[in-house]
Design a binder for this molecule. Structure first.
Ligand code: AMP
Ligand code: GLY
Length: 423
């Protein structure tokens, strides 16, 4: 099979490695890719927003399958355009991608289908007074979310009324999130452990991959600002087999049915962010794609034919036996640039990448190659990811940090407590 993978982050490097190692893969192109994906496939310098050029390339190269990594091309309708040309795509249509692109759409769909999630209300920019009135009568803390995609910054937790009022100002008056903040969701604050579950689906049937736990805050013990993700591990003990059955029956199945009934079947990876509350799992958010850095820790746990899984889902009849959980564990630690998630400098040489790490992979995210050297080129620079054959998260943590200790660049920052919640 000739496969195109769209994207350029750590998630895409991990996907590229997994796709390239399948016998079914004859050729892998990555658009635009990064200095890591180049080691396993051929990077093609097309901007991922240039849909016409991507389609032209796929037609000319007679591509059998396109796998779309990031949300933006999905929300912008790249999957629809490729399908219109008869190309198979792993990734949802523009309308199904609304489940990530519009939080109010996801919340309303969950309410209609009685899917467990935080109680909520939706307000438009011109309902400012009604929103304030609502904020006066609810319990705190509360959560205020910009409706649209706001680069991971659109979720604000308000401890008291004044914080909530300030969050409203940010969205409606200061327009800090642009048009993404023209509408907001105010929702009940939930407590519990968070987990990420990926459902691979053909729109009707699905399989769940092992559950992972992300670490979104910049500092240890979940302190400091939210980031794109500072590390993850899988499987997480906070989701047992009974929980997985509940998630399949009460959350994933009904969500896929609801989308299908609305005429927008979801084909691809439905990412379900969960809060494991005392009343059972509840949905925090849906994403329309694989998560980053959860993908880095989930893929090493899958044995079998990953390409067959994606291709069969994209073809409308998922082969649920294509892969299986191999019984292992994996930990990913993100090495970030000093200053991230605020301002940071780029262009520092990354040392130590020539090391060979037994049972660990170093996935590239914010890197670039210049004159034979690999330099930092983004906030989250590398995903250092270990795996163990047995389900031993402690050992997986040790291996990941040992590999990390051999790598350095100026200002490198990472969390020291990735996976600690598991034990
Ligand atoms: P989201 O972008 O929706 O995943 O939100 C980012 C983070 O905000 C989540 O990972 C949670 O830690 C937190 N969060 C979002 N919604 C809620 C909620 N209703 N209750 C508690 N925490 C939340
Ligand atoms: N790890 C969070 C996300 O991919 O959105």
């Amino acid at each position: 099979m000739k496969i195109v993978l769209i994207g350029s982050g750590g998630r895409e490097h991990a996907l590229a490695v997994k796709i390239a190692e399948c016998n079914a893969t004859e050729k892998l192109y990555v658009i635009p890719g990064n200095s890591g994906t180049k080691q396993v496939g051929e990077n093609v310098q097309i901007n991922q927003d240039d849909h016409d050029l991507i389609i032209k390339f796929c037609m000319e190269q007679k591509i059998d399958l396109v796998v779309i990594g990031p949300e933006k091309p999905l929300i912008d309708g790249l999957a629809d355009k490729l399908r219109n040309e008869g190309i198979k795509v792993f990734g949802p249509s523009k309308s199904a991608a609304r489940i990530e692109g519009e939080k109010s759409f996801a919340k309303k769909l969950m309410k209609e289908s009685k899917i467990p999630t935080a109680a909520f209300e939706v307000f438009d920019k011109d309902n400012y007074d009604a929103a304030i009135k609502y904020l006066h009568k609810i319990n705190y803390p509360t959560v205020i979310k910009a409706d649209g995609i706001a680069a991971g910054k659109g979720v604000m937790i308000a401890e008291v009324f004044d914080d909530a009022k300030e969050a409203l100002r940010e969205c409606f008056i200061n327009c800090s999130f642009g048009s993404a903040g023209d509408k907001i969701v105010i929702e009940e604050f939930m407590t519990g452990q968070e987990a990420s579950i990926f459902a691979i689906t053909d729109g009707i049937d699905f399989i769940l991959l092992p559950a992972a736990q992300d670490h979104k805050r910049i500092f240890d013990n979940d302190k400091g600002k939210n980031t794109g993700g500072m590390g993850a591990y899988a499987p997480t003990p906070f989701v047992n087999d009974t929980d997985l059955k509940i998630v399949a029956k009460e959350i994933i199945g009904p969500t896929l049915n609801a989308l299908r009934e609305k005429g927008m079947p979801f084909v691809g990876c439905l990412y379900c962010g969960l809060m494991m509350t005392s009343a059972g799992p509840k949905v925090v958010e849906f994403n329309c794609r694989f998560g980053d850095p959860e993908t880095q820790v989930i893929l090493p746990l899958l044995d079998g034919n990953f390409v067959e899984l994606l291709y069969s889902a994209a073809s409308g009849k998922i082969n649920k036996d294509a892969i299986k959980y191999n019984g292992g564990a994996s930990v990913c630690v993100v090495a970030a640039s000093g200053g991230y998630p605020d301002k940071f400098e780029k262009g520092f040489v990354i040392n130590g990448l020539e090391n060979v790490f037994p049972n660990a992979n170093v996935y590239h995210a914010g890197t670039k190659e210049l004159d034979g050297k690999i330099l930092t080129n983004g906030g989250r620079v590398l995903s250092i990811t270990s795996f163990t054959e047995k389900k031993n998260v402690i050992e997986a943590k040790r291996i990941a940090y040992e590999a990390l200790s051999k790598i350095n660049f100026e200002g490198m920052h990472y969390r020291k407590d990735i996976s600690d919640k598991a034990f």
